[in-house]
Design a protein around this ligand. Structure first.
Ligand code: GLU
Length: 502
């Protein structure tokens, strides 16, 4: 039997998500348990949304959790490159194979035609999808278009009748009618591959034997299976894991729960507790014990025992488990070491010291002034936000618009945080001092403190966002109606340009 090889294939388009770590954990356990290999591939085909920073954050977060990989963009390996943006030649060769065999075709349809088609299909209550227009081009028309360099994509041919039947390791037989499957674009007009195409080519070339991924990919699997068939390749085994849920059973989302691994790291959770908790998502140890290490999970792991009932990611339960780890796994020295590493990372300290140095007279002034850098959510109450010029509603507005704008920052820096605050003040027509007031209280717990802009920058988006959200809740929260209004303001704010100074 071929060596078991599994992979995690994150797209570097945002924060390192707990869902990515959960899927990585199960892939890694499965591979290592079978004496196989777990690898990491970066799926950055969406060039407009992928960033180097997000890639780095994802790698750091997975490594912090102890989910290391045998091959990947940073460690190399025999199946590289491991970043899809560096594999264009490979995709080009493979798309030519499909074109030659007639399994894929050039499509010259304009976006106007496709929009009109979609609108028509919506009106007729049909499944939206490509209608095969360019399949009827003659050879001469095709050659003329290609010679004239008319912009085009490459799509895959899909059977129009019958169904795709495949086996899912956890779900058994799955049947999906081909008429529900669109003639997927495989290569975009910029000659970059789409996810579906690159994913299949890479899983094959990287010798992946088991694709263990989230259930949101079930409906894409027929396209993938068809591609394997078109190439004449054997497809890997598929195993779709249940999606993580909020305690109210909705899909885990950052609107309800912090979903970034960096948040949990910055809030001072232990990686061992975090990985243990992720191991409890859909999995229970045969003896029912709740506290287990990644090695113990690996030894006892049986993928066929994964339960499909939506696993709930409940921060209260994680807190309980983390407390247990702190009490039971750390000696006094261990605690001191782990705490100092978390609290006093040289990188963080170097940023904080300049804010304090000129403001303190004794070292004993440091904690009262800067303790908030080492805290989680702060004990603020509505009365802390009382202000002569600002109503609670205005405070909520400032906080909500600010957090939305902070989330948009691509390159997190002191300057970009400052710019968000300045623009917000100008947009609202409120003096910067006033605009910053609710932020001071939310972020530092006091109306007067070290520079709030620096503080947001140093604390980072994850903790900053959690504190601002907490402040909004303390101030009564935003009603559905208020959200609508705020979203309108946000749109205006986004198109607002700062008046020229001078
Ligand atoms: N890049 C995809 C993602 O971000 C990978 C999906 C898969 O595992 O096939 O989830």
């Amino acid at each position: 039997m071929a060596k078991v090889r599994t992979r995690i294939a994150p797209s570097p388009t945002g924060d390192p998500h707990v869902g990515t770590a959960y899927i990585a954990l199960f892939n890694r356990c499965f591979a290592l348990q079978h004496g196989g290999e777990f690898i990491l591939r970066i799926e950055d085909t969406d060039q407009s949304r992928s960033t180097a920073r997000s890639e780095q954050d994802i790698l750091n977060a997975l490594r912090w959790l102890g989910l290391d990989w045998a091959e990947g963009p940073d460690v190399g390996g025999p199946h590289g490159p491991y970043r899809q943006s560096q594999r264009s030649d490979i995709y080009r060769q493979h798309i030519n194979v499909l074109l030659e065999k007639g399994h894929a075709f050039h499509c010259f349809c304009t976006s106007e035609r496709l929009d009109a088609l979609r609108a028509q299909q919506m009106e007729n209550k049909q499944t939206a999808g490509y209608d095969g227009h360019c399949l009827s081009l003659t050879r001469a028309e095709l050659d003329a278009n290609l010679a004239a360099k008319v912009p085009h994509v490459v799509r895959m041919r899909v059977p129009d009748t019958g169904e795709c039947v495949f086996h899912d390791r956890l779900r058994g037989e799955i049947r999906i009618a081909w008429e529900q499957i669109d003639m997927q674009v495989l290569m975009k007009s910029d000659h970059l591959p789409t996810y579906h195409f690159a994913n299949v080519v890479d899983d094959h070339l990287m010798e992946i034997t088991h694709v263990i991924r989230g259930e949101e990919w079930i409906n894409s699997t027929p396209k993938h299976i068809l591609l394997y068939q078109h190439f004449g390749w054997e497809h890997p085994q598929f195993c779709h894991m249940p999606l993580l849920r909020n305690p109210d059973k909705s899909k885990l989302s950052k609107r309800k729960n912090p979903t970034s691994i960096s948040y949990y790291r910055d809030m001072g959770y232990m990686p061992e507790a975090m990985i243990n908790y992720l191991g409890m998502m859909g999995w229970t140890m045969p003896d029912g014990r709740e506290k287990f290490s990644i090695g113990e999970m690996q030894a006892a792991f049986d993928i066929d025992r994964v339960s499909l009932g939506g696993p709930v990611f409940d921060v209260a339960k994680l807190d309980w488990l983390n407390g247990k780890y702190i009490r039971e796994n750390l000696s006094a020295e261990g605690f001191a070491e782990a705490f100092s590493k978390w609290a006093f990372s040289p990188e963080k300290i170097q940023k904080i010291i300049p804010l304090l140095k000129d403001r303190v007279e004794r070292f004993s002034d440091v904690v009262p002034l800067a303790g908030f850098f080492l805290s989680g959510l702060l004990p603020v109450s509505a009365s802390d936000f009382e202000h002569k010029q600002l109503s609670p509603e205005q405070c909520r507005k400032i906080l909500q618009l600010c957090v939305w704008q902070l989330e948009q920052i691509q390159d997190w820096s002191r300057e970009s945080v400052e710019q968000v605050c300045q623009r917000l003040a100008a947009f609202l027509g409120i003096k910067i001092r006033e605009t910053l007031f609710p932020l001071f209280v939310a972020i530092t717990g006091k109306a007067v403190s070290t520079s709030v802009i620096d503080s947001i920058y140093i604390l980072g988006l994850d903790v900053g966002r959690a504190r601002i959200r907490h402040a909004i809740e303390v101030l009564g929260g935003v009603s559905k109606k208020e959200v609508k209004e705020l979203e309108k303001s946000l749109r205006e704010l986004q198109s607002f340009s700062l008046p020229e100074i001078g």
